[in-house]
Design a protein around this ligand. Structure first.
Ligand SMILES: Cc1cc2nc3c(=O)[nH]c(=O)nc-3n(C[C@H](O)[C@H](O)[C@H](O)COP(=O)(O)OP(=O)(O)OC[C@H]3O[C@@H](n4cnc5c(N)ncnc54)[C@H](O)[C@@H]3O)c2cc1C
Length: 229
């Protein structure tokens, strides 16, 4: 398959939101939480990387949210694309999706690890008002709270959704949560062990959250994770 870039915009320093269209299929069907794989030839070698879809299914279009890894191979290339440019892709892939039957869930993300949760929450909150969803989203600075307005709006509209942004390097005016996502997990979970916990981001955070949950007696099948590295 081929994805054509339609639009791109910067949503935080070094982070862009991309709108792509699948060129050679009448529609692009996927389950919110899944990812696509992009390939490009970089310095003569094909490089393939995975990217979580940040949008809910809509015809042939899908959206991504990317961080530019300065020393990286594929992400700087993707940042150099202009509308109209095309990239070979495969997908959708992955099983980082809400389990059936859906249960009360805590979603833990750092940085661009928020991407699958934007798609999953926009989708589930439209049709499920009986389960509780809590999103703990950790970043360093307030200006890198990706999609903050959208999550705040979802929390206003849906009584069963709690949005807990937390900053590890807050400015003097920040009134919200502070520190790493791990510090807010106990409050989100309390003494319940019948919730599913979804974790997405870089390995160090994901592994640390998994270790803590296991130590607290969580069943393995309730800890669902996607590691970006
Ligand atoms: C299932 C899956 C879904 C993913 N979804 C996304 C996504 O939605 N958005 C996204 O930006 N990336 C995502 N990634 C990471 C992505 O695949 C690439 O690893 C990333 O773009 C770096 O690739 P690169 O070739 O530029 O860097 P490489 O040359 O591969 O360098 C890798 C270095 O970049 C670091 N790194 C990887 N991803 C990130 C990141 N997001 N932020 C900061 N540092 C990172 C790694 O720790 C490693 O040190 C996902 C990875 C997986 C496995």
């Amino acid at each position: 398959m081929t994805a054509k870039l339609l639009e791109v915009r910067e949503i935080a320093p070094n982070v862009r939101h991309f709108l792509f269209q699948v060129e050679d299929a009448p529609a692009f069907a996927y389950v919110p939480g899944q990812f696509v794989s992009f390939t490009a030839e970089i310095n003569g070698s094909p490089i393939t990387r995975a990217y979580s879809i940040v949008s809910t299914p809509s015809g042939r279009c899908f959206e991504l949210c990317l961080n530019c890894v300065v020393e990286g191979k594929l992400s700087p290339y993707l940042f150099s694309l202009k509308p109209g440019d095309e990239v070979p892709m495969t997908g959708p892939w992955g099983g980082f999706i809400f389990r059936q039957p859906v249960e009360d869930s805590v979603l833990v993300a750092t940085g661009t690890g928020i991407a699958p949760f934007r798609a999953m929450l926009k989708d589930i909150l439209q049709r499920d008002s009986s389960h509780q969803f809590t999103l703990i989203f950790g970043v360093r600075y307030e200006q890198t709270l990706l999609y903050r307005d959208e999550f705040e709006e979802l929390a206003r509209k849906h009584a069963n959704f709690r949005f807990w942004p937390t900053l590890s390097r807050p400015g003097p005016d920040w009134q919200g949560r502070r520190g790493h996502v791990q510090e807010h997990l106990p409050e989100a979970i309390g003494d319940r062990r019948d919730v599913n916990v979804f974790i997405c981001g870089l390995k160090a955070m994901v592994d640390d959250v998994r270790t803590r949950l296991k130590a607290q007696g969580f069943e393995r099948k309730r800890i669902i994770y996607e590691k970006y590295d």
